[in-house]
Design a protein around this ligand. Structure first.
Ligand SMILES: [Zn+2]
Length: 135
């Protein structure tokens, strides 16, 4: 199952899911703990993203749980709903020389633009701050 015409959208979807876990993993864990007393589905997604395994199944599972909790955007739509704090793929800034922060893991499409008076966000997958780079 490595048809290249199907791999590309799957990979893009996984990167979007990874970015949502990176940005909101701690929030998802807190929500699930308070609602169910159990956040294993978040832990499985984080572990899949930390490992070399294909995270698709774990991300799909978390997406389904979030939608069942009443979030119609689920996991894959989470970043589109959070302008100003975190940006999804396809919305890259265009000013040359501008600083941008990227997730330290290579599996996620998250990035963040510096804002005065805010601290650099952390990645919930790797538990490290996003790293700064220049365009
Ligand atoms: Zn990350």
């Amino acid at each position: 199952m490595s048809d290249s015409t199907q791999d590309a959208p799957v990979a893009a979807r996984s990167r979007a899911g990874a970015a949502a876990v990176c940005a909101f993993g701690d929030r998802y864990r807190a929500t699930l703990l308070s609602r169910y007393g159990d956040a294993d589905v978040v832990d499985r997604a984080v572990e899949a993203l930390r490992s070399a395994d294909d995270p698709t199944v774990a991300l799909d599972e978390l997406d389904a749980v979030l939608q069942a909790l009443g979030d119609p955007r689920g996991l894959y739509g989470a970043l589109r709903a959070a302008p100003g704090t975190t940006h999804g793929a396809g919305l890259a800034p265009t000013s040359p020389g501008e600083s941008v922060y990227l997730c330290p893991t290579a599996r996620c499409s998250r990035y963040w633009l510096p804002e005065a008076g805010t601290t650099v966000p952390r990645c919930a997958v790797s538990d490290t701050a996003l790293r700064r780079t220049r365009l």
